[in-house]
Structures are given as C-alpha cells and as structure tokens.
Design a protein around this ligand. Sequence first.
Ligand code: ACO
Length: 280
Amino acid sequence: MAQDAREPGKQELPTEEELTRAGLRLAVEGAVARITISRPERRNAMTGRTWTTLAHIGQALPGDVRIVVIAGEGDIFSAGIDLNMFTPEGVDGERSIVAGLADGSADEADLDAYISELQQGFLWLRRPDLVTIAAVRGHAIGAGFQLALACDLRILADDARFCMKEPALGLVPDLTGTKPLVDIVGVHRATEICLTARKVGAEESRELGLATLVVGVDELEGAVDDAVAGLMATNPDAAVATKALLQQAAGNTLEEQCAAERKAQVGRLTALAKAMAPGA
Ligand code: ACO
C-alpha cells in the first residue's frame, strides 16, 4: 500500500543534520521539490536511513508541492544499497540487514517488517498528487534502478546505465522495482534483465520505454527543467485525477475503467462548473 497522502503542517521536514546523515539533500521551491542522493565518496550508495528519510520527506512535503525531482550528486545516480549494510557492523551504527538473523536477535517477521519500512521510501513516489522525475546520470544500480523505477518519468543522460544487480548478489529486487519493471518492459525482458544483471544503456532504455527521454550529459538539467515547466502548465486538480485514473487502468477491465473515467470526469466538471458559477 502506498503511503497516506501528506498532511501539511502535521510533520516537519527532516532537518539538515538528518538529511546529511541519510546521504540526501533537499530543496523545496514553490511547487517543486528537488532531492539529491549525496554520498559521492560511496558513489551515492544508499542505506536504510536514506529510505526512511525519503519516506519522511514524502510525508512532510508542503501541500503545494506538485513535482519531485530525484537526482544523484555528481556523475552517478546511485551505486544502490551500501554493501556494508550486509556486513555484521552495518553502516554508521545503522542496523545491519543480516546481523540480527545471524545472531538470532531478529526473526523473519522482524526482517519482513524492516523491509516494509524501507519500501515506504519508494512507494510515496507513486502518489497521484505528485509527478516524480528521476534525472539519471551514470549508473543506477540495484536500489538505484528501483528508485528510478518508482518515479513517473525517467530522464536519462546518454551515459546512464541501469542494472538490476540483486540476483547476482544472491538477492531479489525488493524495493518496489519488480512491478514497474514488468509493467514497462514485460515479464520476458524483465527476466532477462534481472537474471543476467547486465547493464542496460541509455539508448536501449529509451527503446524499451524505461527512459522517457535521453539527452546529452550537459543537457540533462535543462531537459528536466523543461519537463517540470511542461507539467506545471497542466491544471493541478486535473493532473491528480488523471494520474489516479491512469494508475488504475492496468488492473481494470475496460468496463471498470470506463466507469472510473466517468466518475473522475463528473468530479472535474462539477468543480469547473462551480468555479464558473456567478459569484464564484
Ligand atoms: N556500497 C558501498 N560502497 C560502494 C558502493 C556500494 N554499493 N559502490 C561503490 N562504493 C565505494 C567503493 O567501495 C569505493 O570506495 P573506496 O574509495 O573506499 O575504495 C568508492 O565507492 C568508489 O567506488 P569504485 O568502484 O572505485 O567506483 P567506480 O566509479 O569505478 O564504479 C560502480 C562505480 C560501477 C557503481 C561500482 O562502484 C560498483 O559496481 N559498485 C557496487 C554496486 C552494487 O553492487 N550495488 C548493490 C546492488 S544491490 C542493491 O542495491 C539492493
């Protein structure tokens, strides 16, 4: 289940100190929030704290934010999970993923709950009240690929490389990436990409529909700004209703989807009529 929508004013955004400890930067300007994965000395590898802090950002974003852009610091999106998370020591005092199972202090249910908590950092990016954009330079490996898959749009520099590395490490992709991957490329191509753990370059990503757009490295920032401007030009309420409608389409029969379209449109027309009424 996706997270509940934000409740403005109910929760403060993470402090600068919390963001730094999570390897993140955040800039909110009006309707646009920009999140940067920022651990350049670890190739922007992410930890459990990165994802719980992402979830916190999602809950606390001001109510007028419509667009979220996620990028990596420097010339890489992210090297995926910080591999030290799999060591008994973990990372900077963070809980190790394996230590509890190894010493018997955690059981399978504890681990399931922990992974569920981490998945929250990815799920909120699907919320209909936001449009989320991954701006990808260089590698997006494992959890980095899954983070890009959690976004609505993926704008890639031509040096971008996606890689679902987990199976090569004896793991499965568990940070919400398998569904969007299959939705976009189909189960057969997804199987090949995951089970070979090969790198998928920018041009192939465009052909497969994984990339919304591929541009030169120097053009990435401008292409993201153009996409943001284009999205901002749309009526905000219609954007929310349309994203919600599109998200249902794959799971609905044609009849159900037609009913959903009618319901959403009645809501829109009612709102527009109210706005046009004399004295409104
Ligand atoms: N976790 C922890 N440290 C990392 C990670 C990572 N995922 N990736 C890179 N680093 C560290 C390296 O250990 C190295 O540290 P050092 O300077 O102390 O030796 C530093 O970042 C630079 O790494 P290089 O490998 O030298 O950088 P390069 O640019 O040559 O390669 C690349 C980048 C391709 C991302 C490579 O580092 C890599 O393959 N990393 C591992 C990717 C991986 O397996 N991620 C886990 C996927 S599974 C999942 O995400 C759930």
